[in-house]
Write a protein that binds this ligand. Sequence first.
Ligand code: ATP
Length: 345
Amino acid sequence: MTELRIDGVSKEFGSFRALDNVSLDIPNGKFVCLLGPSGCGKTTLLRVIAGLESPTAGRVHVGGEDQTELATHKRGMGMVFQSLALFPHLNVAENVTYPLTIRGVAKAERDARAEELLDLVRLPGMGARRIHQLSGGQRQRVAIARGLAISPKVFLLDEPLSALDAALREHMQIELRQIQQRLGVTTIVVTHDQKEALTMADLVIVMKDGVIQQAGAPMEVYHNPANAFVAGFIGTTNLIPCEVADGTISALGHTMPVVDGDRVAAGSGPAQLSVRPDHVLILPKGQGIPAEVTFLRDLGDSRQVMLNADGQELVANLPQGSDVQLTPGQHVGLDFRAGERVVVT
Ligand code: ATP
């Protein structure tokens, strides 16, 4: 069942087009990440869904109802802003139930709901605390609890974890996902962190310049990028100019037959070959594509090798324990693992 349908939405600020004909169907209960570089329109799309911004063109439907003209507070959506926007003069419980207070819900009901929500975000018994007495992670939980106070049909979060340090962020990613799964609430999270999107989402929406580049399951977007932008934005990859002809890929003076597993999303002609560092094979000098080792570093579980092949910078990962001996300045050969090559335009 489609919970949220975004149909041909554009948003212009003066002559600048922040969203360009965006269409999207989000099924009920899914966890969706809007991902893309700064300025690509993620926040604008979230604000249009919330009704905080009205689109220049297009419609927003929730649960089959056209909500494009509906006021924000009537949409049944919960929101968590990047700034959190907690009220310092209210205690934790009053912050959490603020959306209920402004809707005229009675105090006894609010108190019961505050208790329930604080249990949900693992802050039991903290209702009387002031906001300044909380850690960053605890404030985050209060904002999440407040966003869920009205039992929203759609839960919208704008970079909710970006202010947290790496360890706490990872912890909160898991907690947020668990809360979402427990409640089954359709959730849309804006992030510019591709790892966060890949590990949390059911559905990743990659945006650039106000346009959706690809919408798909995380592993689909990772393994079958729709274009060179998505390939380069999701994970680390080598993008190498190539030429596609019937059944072959030519790059760096080397022609490879396309085999099962290779993904060629381009017709004949010039394109880009995307090869993940794990799939760059290092061979003895004289075999494959000639290259020079320029830099080596240990990543703990693997060794990263920077290479130069005819002016093209490449990165390879050697699994820890690999007995390939390398030093900077050394001449080697390269190949790209058959069945793991992706051609995009
Ligand atoms: P970030 O990751 O930096 O938050 P974003 O992808 O969320 O970026 P948006 O905030 O949606 O990007 O902004 C998209 C574009 O629209 C930007 O170029 C921004 O400057 C512009 N923009 C957003 N809001 C307004 C506004 N109220 N008036 C004019 N331009 C705006």
